[in-house]
Design a protein around this ligand. Sequence first.
Ligand SMILES: *[C@@H]1O[C@H](CO)[C@@H](O)[C@H](O)[C@H]1NC(C)=O
Ligand SMILES: *[C@@H]1O[C@H](CO)[C@@H](O)[C@H](O)[C@H]1NC(C)=O
Ligand SMILES: *[C@@H]1O[C@H](CO)[C@@H](O)[C@H](O)[C@H]1NC(C)=O
Ligand SMILES: *[C@@H]1O[C@H](CO)[C@@H](O)[C@H](O)[C@H]1NC(C)=O
Ligand SMILES: *[C@@H]1O[C@H](CO)[C@@H](O)[C@H](O)[C@H]1NC(C)=O
Ligand SMILES: *[C@@H]1O[C@H](CO)[C@@H](O)[C@H](O)[C@H]1NC(C)=O
Ligand SMILES: *[C@@H]1O[C@H](CO)[C@@H](O)[C@H](O)[C@H]1NC(C)=O
Ligand SMILES: *[C@@H]1O[C@H](CO)[C@@H](O)[C@H](O)[C@H]1NC(C)=O
Ligand SMILES: *[C@@H]1O[C@H](CO)[C@@H](O)[C@H](O)[C@H]1NC(C)=O
Ligand SMILES: *[C@@H]1O[C@H](CO)[C@@H](O)[C@H](O)[C@H]1NC(C)=O
Ligand SMILES: *[C@@H]1O[C@H](CO)[C@@H](O)[C@H](O)[C@H]1NC(C)=O
Length: 862
Amino acid sequence: MRTLWGGEDLAFLLRCCSLLLLLASFSHGADMPTGSSLSPGNQAAPWLSPNSTFSLAFAPSPSSPSLFVAAVTYAGGVPVWSAGAGAAVDSGGSLRLSSTGDLQLVNGSGAVLWSSGTGGRGVAAAALQESGNLVLKNSTGGALWQSFEHPTDTVVMSQSFTSSMNLTSGNYAFAVDRPSGNLTLRWSSSSSGSGGGNAVKYFNKGYNSTFTGNQTLTSPSLVMQSNGIVSLTDTSLSSPAVVAYSSNYGESGDMLRFVRLDADGNFRAYSAARGSSSATEQWSAVVDQCEVFGYCGNMGVCGYNGTSPFCSCPSQNFRPKDAADPRSGCERKVELVNCPGNSTMLELANTQFLTYPPEITTEQFFVGITACRLNCLSGGSCVASTALADGSGLCFLKVSPFVSAYQSASLPSTSFVKVCFPGVPNPPLVAGGGSSGGSSGLRAWVVALVVLGAVSGLVLCEWVLWWVFCRNSPKYGPASAQYALLEYASGAPVQFSYKELQRSTKGFKEKLGAGGFGAVYRGVLANRTVVAVKQLEGIEQGEKQFRMEVATISSTHHLNLVRLIGFCSEGRHRLLVYEFMKNGSLDAFLFAGADAPKMPWSTRFAVAVGTARGITYLHEECRDCIVHCDIKPENILLDEQHNAKVSDFGLAKLINPKDHRHRTLTSVRGTRGYLAPEWLANLPITVKSDVYSYGMVLLEIVSGHRNFDISEETDRKKFSVWAYEEYEKGNIACIVDKRLAEEDIDMAQAERALQVSFWCIQEQPVQRPTMGKVVQMLEGIMELERPPPPKSSDSFLTVTTATGSTSGASSSMASTFASSALVAPMSTPNLEQQMAVGRSASVRDREIASHPLRSSEPYMTM
Ligand SMILES: *[C@@H]1O[C@H](CO)[C@@H](O)[C@H](O)[C@H]1NC(C)=O
Ligand SMILES: *[C@@H]1O[C@H](CO)[C@@H](O)[C@H](O)[C@H]1NC(C)=O
Ligand SMILES: *[C@@H]1O[C@H](CO)[C@@H](O)[C@H](O)[C@H]1NC(C)=O
Ligand SMILES: *[C@@H]1O[C@H](CO)[C@@H](O)[C@H](O)[C@H]1NC(C)=O
Ligand SMILES: *[C@@H]1O[C@H](CO)[C@@H](O)[C@H](O)[C@H]1NC(C)=O
Ligand SMILES: *[C@@H]1O[C@H](CO)[C@@H](O)[C@H](O)[C@H]1NC(C)=O
Ligand SMILES: *[C@@H]1O[C@H](CO)[C@@H](O)[C@H](O)[C@H]1NC(C)=O
Ligand SMILES: *[C@@H]1O[C@H](CO)[C@@H](O)[C@H](O)[C@H]1NC(C)=O
Ligand SMILES: *[C@@H]1O[C@H](CO)[C@@H](O)[C@H](O)[C@H]1NC(C)=O
Ligand SMILES: *[C@@H]1O[C@H](CO)[C@@H](O)[C@H](O)[C@H]1NC(C)=O
Ligand SMILES: *[C@@H]1O[C@H](CO)[C@@H](O)[C@H](O)[C@H]1NC(C)=O
């Protein structure tokens, strides 16, 4: 309890008094008639909304304190709209409603910088509404112009952002695409010079697959609901489609919620408490800030220092354009035109030059890393190139005058930047600078070793100190528990300490199983919730990437997916905490022999459909397309009601892309029966690889046999091969699990399941249906044709030709699947530029995603 009046209290009192005075002297909410004006000097007279929730006044410009911006701000000071999109005037400027009814922003010199364009249309007054909408009205109150229809960078609650509007911030623009309803972010070079018309769409995402597929929207608009859900409305939608949940959605209170295109090119949702001058981020559209094109300016390289994005220059051949502004980009110390014929390509490991449509179609080639370097060196207009090392064999040549790079230890690609001879790479360690220009390689090494030694010594010291003094300090426990509680309340995954998990699993005693990514233990949380704790192995990714993947996994909610409750990332420990599934995994029901628990046909079928729905959600409906890569009965768990829940999704991405162990591990561990042929043929892994695995599981659900079992009963053939032969002969009943013999099985359903399964295990990825179609076929919504033999007689690699026609077994059904394959065909490379031998287009072309960036990459990088 405070007993004395502190300075703060006094100041607060004074502020209250002046506010009261203000309220008394200005009839807030009243219409401002024509002829009214606002000016920076006259700050005591803002235009207020009826309850003073919003005010319109001049505020110092963020770029220069001597200039002013006329802005509508929420109580507390969060700006939501500005006249002329942030145009700044000097202290002699004003915002005036002219006698003709035009709202004008005027500079001290008298120049009109912005106007509403309503002169002579009968505007009688301006009014700021309680919603924050600035309205110009005629004499009968009809709105002739409103700021809600001319947003700048922000959209608030009760405002509707339609597809004909855009938000802008610096070089960035946000829009809702019609008719797809996709949210799009674009970068364009506004400034003169660098060959105008340069625009890059670095974000384009549909948030509800039901209408990103075929349905077209007539008038999509984005709305920030007062409960914190960002949604998309349209006349053709019966209810709004969810774009994103604010992390504090559903929380009530006197606050403003809004979405904003920030100056860093990201689109975010915020909330701000009344009276607070700052807003709290609740969601961001671009998860990985370094994927925002141009974030670090031209030639800038974006990376992470801890968790915050950090800009640097590609090499010492560059210097920052503006040393005070890390985002200003880099310029060459010697321009390329000044060293004709004497340039070189400097290698940048783990770096990718960002490439987005429409660039993507004209500058990509199938060439190896050496050709990727040489092609750029000899191409006059090429300034940099990126060779993807993700198995796609792609090379991008950058000819644009503006390039933007991303560097991260987890990026498999190698880039090259063209510089004047000689290329001087950045020093390997960012340590105090002072290296003398890379002439003495030995000295650099010695310096590096000494620094490394010193740093590890320090770390060791600190660790010992911590161990000695803080390990048992009680203050960490309650604090972290409280933090966990807060985080849980906001819907984010809970972060556990390793100790907590050790305690809740009683020292990792009760092992539930061992999956491909590590062992799973039973645990009981402090609030008595039973959980499954997975101890990940072989994760060599950094903290940042791990957290990003955890965020993706935990934002993936579906009835048929196991829910991630929390995680632990401490030192080398990486653990995931999942909800516990009472009835274990599906394999126990299918393969445990005579004493296995019985699972009636209806349950089996429900499990098959549920699993398919879960995978469909991963592939098609959730925010980041996830390829599971390890679908098998062991990864299909059952809850008390025997609902199927797919587990272990999103983990494939966690494995270090350079770690080839996983691929071999998987095959060695006996899940080979579920791996699609493209795994073994070293071809790209796509969602269709999951479809193959699902097909095998479906066959096993019907038959109760492992697909790779070989026995006398199956004529010494693999069960899946034998099953197709029996199916062809019409012997459905002999494929179905014998343990279901006493039951009255719906044979039509069983036959349908078998047919779907044979479609899924087609050797050619294009002939397999998508998971969405699988659900429809199982449910009988979609007609089914007879599946061709899964293994075609031709060799896998040579079947498909460049034109995309499929051989032999092609049927109308197969071509339906083919046309709905993930990706549009790529255009052929520009012949003029194609110096090295490009690989001829093959089946890969259609299967490879057109967007080679990590977050949307639909296949695992190897
Ligand atoms: C202003 O506040 C009063 C009292 O809190 C409330 O009754 C009224 O509805 C508010 N007006 C508006 C336009 O929100
Ligand atoms: C407004 O006037 C000031 C000084 O009179 C000038 O520095 C500034 O550039 C002007 N702003 C615009 C946008 O013309
Ligand atoms: C005011 O505007 C409304 C709607 O735009 C219109 O219906 C009305 O006729 C206008 N009134 C006058 C007096 O112009
Ligand atoms: C935003 O919209 C305005 C008009 O609605 C248009 O003039 C402008 O070019 C658009 N900006 C971008 C970047 O699309
Ligand atoms: C909408 O976004 C999805 C990805 O979410 C993309 O596949 C599709 O091509 C986009 N549609 C349009 C018209 O850009
Ligand atoms: C997609 O839309 C077109 C035209 O609206 C229609 O002809 C076609 O059948 C639709 N396709 C699917 C798969 O719904
Ligand atoms: C997607 O849209 C459909 C109808 O257009 C709607 O029924 C469904 O609930 C939406 N899904 C989400 C997640 O908003
Ligand atoms: C990374 O962050 C740390 C602490 O925030 C800072 O000391 C260091 O200088 C940063 N590194 C670089 C390269 O800026
Ligand atoms: C390129 O420039 C370097 C020094 O700037 C010089 O030593 C070298 O001979 C030049 N090479 C050619 C081919 O001109
Ligand atoms: C127990 O805590 C976990 C995470 O902290 C949470 O997911 C779960 O819902 C809680 N259970 C109950 C019954 O409160
Ligand atoms: C499945 O869960 C239910 C409810 O916990 C239990 O009664 C049943 O015995 C379980 N079945 C098996 C096979 O574990």
